[in-house]
Write a protein that binds this ligand. Structure first.
Ligand code: AMP
Length: 223
């Protein structure tokens, strides 16, 4: 049987959480839980939750903890029951979300094994986010300078038309970074106080270098 491992990729928007998540899924079989992706799906499908969430997301603000707790519970429980490995991307983003995740995993008979903190200066984030383009059909992510698609505006993987997320424009980015400083950064302190295992990663380094460090920690844990 595979050894269990539950991890969090923690860091500001644009620090590379989604990109590393994709590779970790392929290499170690993690099940990727991105609250941002789940919310964007609700928005696309114009559900009641999606309509509510869209305004907040476009403004760079957080949706309520209750909504996120519901998503975490629905998603995490079956993965743990199937002895899968959970990778949390984009949460916890608030102190209540951290408490909820830790206690929910315990109630499922599991635990949070490691938190990767991706550290990177704000100027670099703004450059990365304003150039980001994504494929709404398959979720692939590109950057107009650092990782352009083969054909301008077209997804390499599924040939869908690439879009710029509404919250990847400068005004929304600045608001998202301010929200991160105010509501999410304090979560890091709480993580350290709880004695959870933290690995700090310099996310300003090249993607491959950064990934090699993360994968090294995962491999060591799974040994
Ligand atoms: P992301 O793709 O993780 O940057 O998330 C995009 C947007 O979705 C955020 O700016 C928030 O508005 C919302 N969101 C995603 N995850 C959370 C969360 N854990 N708590 C509250 N809001 C969230």
């Amino acid at each position: 049987m595979e050894k269990a491992m539950n991890i969090v990729l923690f860091g500001p928007p644009g620090s590379g959480k989604g990109t590393h998540a994709e590779t970790l899924v392929k290499e170690f079989g993690f099940i990727h839980l991105s609250t941002g992706d789940l919310l964007r799906k609700e928005v696309r499908e114009k559900t009641e939750l999606g309509v509510q969430a869209e305004k907040l997301m476009t403004a760079g603000q957080l949706v309520s903890d209750e909504i996120i707790h519901g998503m975490i519970a629905n998603f995490v429980k079956p993965v743990i029951d199937n002895k899968g490995r959970v990778l949390c991307d984009g949460f916890p983003r608030t102190l209540p979300q951290l408490d909820f995740l830790v206690s929910f995993l315990e109630r499922c008979g599991s635990q949070l094994d490691m938190i990767f903190v991706l550290e990177i200066p704000n100027e670099m984030l703004i450059q990365r986010l304003t150039g980001r383009r994504s494929c709404p059909a398959c979720g692939a992510v590109y950057h107009i300078v650092n990782m352009p698609p083969k054909l301008d505006g077209v997804c390499d993987a599924c040939h869908g038309a690439l879009i710029q997320r509404k919250d990847d424009v400068r005004e929304a980015i600045e608001e998202r970074l301010a929200t991160y400083e105010k509501q999410t950064f304090p979560v890091l302190q709480a993580i350290e106080t709880k004695g959870l295992k933290v690995a700090k990663i310099d996310a300003s380094l090249q993607r491959e270098v950064c990934y090699t460090q993360i994968a090294g920690y995962v491999r060591e844990f799974l040994k």
